[in-house]
Every structure is written in structure tokens, then in C-alpha cells.
Design a protein around this ligand. Structure first.
Ligand SMILES: C[S@@+](CC[C@H](N)C(=O)[O-])C[C@H]1O[C@@H](n2cnc3c(N)ncnc32)[C@H](O)[C@@H]1O
Length: 263
């Protein structure tokens, strides 16, 4: 158990292409993530923070700035080829999140964004992440609930066809194991089931316009998803909709959740 799903966004693509995609992803989600963490996490100078699946590594630098030069900020990723070179106090470790914790019980904060929903056994992943936490330490996870993606207006056959294509694409992602497209909607319950206390969740939801930078980024992701899952028709309809400007749609929701490991 524990291998990253054999179908992944990076499959078939170069490390440079995936690094670029992960940098754009972080750029789009940095602001809501930082706003959530500022509110939910009691940052203190010198604290120990571990991020799992840091991707581009951009959040690691932010954690280092928050916790100061005496902190310990560790990034653990199964593939570090996409990460920016680290500067102290940031350090990197190439490891599988499902492996036994190399530094158990050491961290005040364990964080992962857009990672657990890609994994085959989320509940086991949560248990592994908790192993790295001190008693009383905080787990902070953010994942997507894509079930909200839908044109605002579905009153015409064209827009209804887009809604159907979006639903088919989600079904293809779920069936292929690429990701659990509604994992974000289950995240809070999973954290409670893992035994975390003081669990709190928030949703970042918005209506966006097709043709915007975000919609164009999503259209590029849709092309990748269609290629990996074989959902070519649903992918083509969805990507064409997202690239043509001027139509509003409900974006996927980013669900962010914190919980405390019992002392
Ligand atoms: C979708 S990216 C998210 C990147 C970053 N957290 C962000 O939100 O911008 C998923 C990241 O998780 C990493 N990853 C996937 N499976 C993993 C595993 N089993 N153990 C550790 N890292 C993993 C990938 O290599 C990738 O960097």
C-alpha cells in the first residue's frame, strides 16, 4: 500500500512542465491558503513545521518567514525534482508520505494542500501524517471539492452540455484513480475519524469567468486529465468552454481543515 496512484498529473509530462504547472497552482491558491493559515494556526517563532507534497516548495518559504530563522521547516515529497532549491531553515526530504515517519512526534504543524485527495487511502495517509506531530500539534489539510463546478446559467442546451461534460470529467477522474474529485467534501469527517480534536473547516468558493487566467489554467489541466483518463469528449467540451471568454461558472471549492492531535 501507499504508492502514489499510477495515474498522476505528472505522468507522461516532463519535470519542467510539471514544475511550471505547480508554480502556477501555488500562485492561484497562495492568497486563500495564507489567509486561512493566518487565522487558524497559532504561529510561534522557532516552531517545527512539516509540509507534505510541497510541489514547487513556495509555501515552505512562507512558513520559514512566519516561524523565523530558528524554526525547522521540512518539505517531504515523493519527487523533489519540481521543488525550488531550499534556503535555511527550510530542508527537504524525498520520501513517500505512507512510509513510517522518519522524525515521529517532532512537529508543531503538519500541512498538506492538494495531496491527500490524490492518494489511494486517505484515512491511512492521515494516520501517517499524525505520526509526525507532537501531542497537541496541529494538522492542516486543504483539498478540492470539484462537485461544485458548474456554469452559473444552465438554461440553454449548450450550457447544459457543459454541465454534463464537467460531471463526466469528474466521474472519469474518480474511476481512473487520478483523484477523488469530492474528497474536500469528506475532509472534515475524515479528520474527526482520524481522532483529531477541535476540527474546524472552511470553504473557499467563488464564481469565476471563462477566459480568465484561472480558467485558462484550469483548461490546461482539463487537457491533461482528458489525456490521462480517456475522457476526450468531456474534456474537449469543458476546455473549450473555459477558454472562450465571458461566461460565469461556479469554481471547484478549496476546503481547508485544521485539527489537533490529542495530548
Ligand atoms: C497536486 S501537487 C500539490 C502541490 C502543492 N502542495 C500545492 O498545493 O501547490 C501534489 C504533490 O504531492 C506529491 N505527492 C504525491 N503523492 C505523494 C506521496 N505518496 N508522498 C509524498 N508526496 C506525494 C507530488 O509529488 C506533488 O508534489
Amino acid at each position: 500500500m501507499g504508492e502514489l496512484s499510477s495515474v498522476y498529473f505528472a505522468s507522461d509530462r516532463s519535470a519542467a512542465d510539471e514544475a511550471g504547472r505547480l508554480r502556477r497552482l501555488d500562485g492561484f491558491y497562495a492568497a486563500p491558503t495564507i489567509a486561512w493559515l493566518e487565522r487558524a494556526v497559532p504561529f510561534m517563532p522557532g516552531m517545527a513545521i512539516a509540509e507534505f507534497g510541497p510541489g514547487s516548495g513556495r509555501m515552505l518559504a512562507w512558513f520559514a518567514q512566519k516561524a523565523g530563522p530558528d524554526s525547522d521547516v521540512l518539505g517531504v515529497d515523493i519527487d523533489l525534482s519540481r521543488a525550488d532549491p531550499p534556503a535555511p531553515p527550510v530542508r527537504l526530504m524525498e520520501a513517500d508520505l505512507y512510509a513510517p515517519a522518519a522524525e515521529p512526534g517532532r512537529f508543531d504543524l503538519v500541512y498538506a494542500r492538494l495531496v491527500v485527495g490524490h492518494l489511494p487511502d486517505p484515512q491511512a495517509a492521515l494516520a501517517r501524517l499524525m505520526d509526525w506531530l507532537k501531542p497537541g500539534g496541529m494538522l492542516a489539510l486543504a483539498d478540492l471539492d470539484c462537485s461544485t463546478s458548474l456554469p452559473v446559467d444552465v438554461s440553454t442546451p449548450d450550457l447544459q452540455a457543459v454541465a454534463d461534460a464537467m460531471r463526466d470529467l469528474r466521474a472519469a477522474m474518480d474511476a481512473s484513480g487520478l483523484m477523488d474529485s469530492a474528497f474536500g467534501a469528506r475532509l472534515e469527517a475524515c479528520m474527526r475519524e482520524a481522532g483529531l480534536t477541535q476540527v474546524q473547516a472552511q470553504r473557499f468558493e467563488r464564481i469565476v469567468e471563462t477566459g480568465s487566467d484561472w480558467a485558462l489554467f484550469q483548461a490546461d489541466n482539463v487537457d491533461i486529465i482528458a489525456g490521462l483518463t480517456g475522457a476526450h469528449t468531456a474534456g474537449a467540451v469543458t476546455a473549450r468552454f473555459m477558454r472562450a471568454p465571458g461566461v460565469r461558472y461556479h469554481d471547484q471549492a478549496l476546503v481547508s481543515c485544521t485539527g489537533v492531535k490529542p495530548a
